[in-house]
Design a protein around this ligand. Sequence first.
Ligand code: ZN
Length: 417
Amino acid sequence: MSILIKDVLLDGRETHVYIEDNLIAELGAKREADVIIDGRGKACLPGLVNGHTHAAMVLLRSYADDMRLQEWLETKIWPLESKMTGEDIYWGTKLACLEMIKSGTTTFNDMYFFMEEAAKAVVDMGLRAVLSYGIADRFDESRAEAEMKVTEAFLRFVRSLRNRRVQAAVGPHAMYTVSAGTLETARSLAVEEGVKVHFHLAETEQEVKASQARYGKGPVRALDDMGFLGDWLVAAHCVWLDDRDARILGERGVSTIHNPTSNMKLAVGRAFPYQALRSAGVTMGLGTDGAASNNNLDMFEEMKLACLLQKFDTGEPTILPAGEAWRMATKGGAEALGLPTGRISVGKLADLILVDLKHPQLVPRHDLIALLAYAANGSVVDTVICDGRVLMREGHVEGETEILKGAQARAETLRER
Ligand SMILES: [Zn+2]
């Protein structure tokens, strides 16, 4: 299967992009292809990488807002999540994938439960994903064993899929939900299997205090003592860090995912230490977090809020310029996940999007990247290709109506359960 996108704007000039199987095979040549896409009036860009999600949480979108984090989790989110079934996760993940496709995301890094169902949804929807079961032993040994069994079974399940778009990761939830013993088991399993560890790190001040009480030091130094930090680790949030923590993350090769909307909505009390992490050479991606704390999966909005939050927090408008936000949302996230995506060059995965240059948000065009980071939202996306397959053309995704209906029905029965 081959695709030619002809006469499309790429890096400021009109050219042709030729895709063979699932790779970008040639740039510039007008080749014969099975599918020809007219790129006139469109710009070709890498598909966005959502570095931290709980996809099926879209079913809880706008179910509970404007609440304190702990109360929000304990009285609203966790009770409803405890009633979720595999079928909910399947339809929720499908709805999330639909939203991601429509807003230009081609890869996401997900942590939730009933992940076999999530994987089936990803297979059906055509996106690329790194999926992990969220391990939470809550400091109970028998539970720890059961949680690791679920994780091992999920790793086996993903292997059995033999789908090049779906990869597994090991997902210990966070320091305040997972014991030191289970963190170590999770880490060694991931290293043995050659997969990533997906983790929540230093999201709130409460988490730092709990770590100090339990381990006598803050999260980063406590985890470093445990040998938990390494290039296998993809750590979401990373808000409550000091400069030394940032340097440690840099030295250990840890990747971080910034979630500005979720951090602001749940009022975590500080901004992501972008400058410290940047000077420490830490790989940084961007993520939306779950839709219950966002409330959408639009990576264009995430870029804008990342830029604005840094400027507001530091009083310095030159910090986190548009180009850096764009890199975080593409190459940065791809590097964090260890995937050859997030950029358009020969030999990379054919994960790309076309944006409509006639969309009002993209007119006039003084600087395309600035438009994408500050002016646009996901509605500028016209065409989406993932792994060499067209998932959306001229704004249309196959089976869209059924997905909306199916997800709506699951959300309604979930509330009544
Ligand atoms: Zn999260």
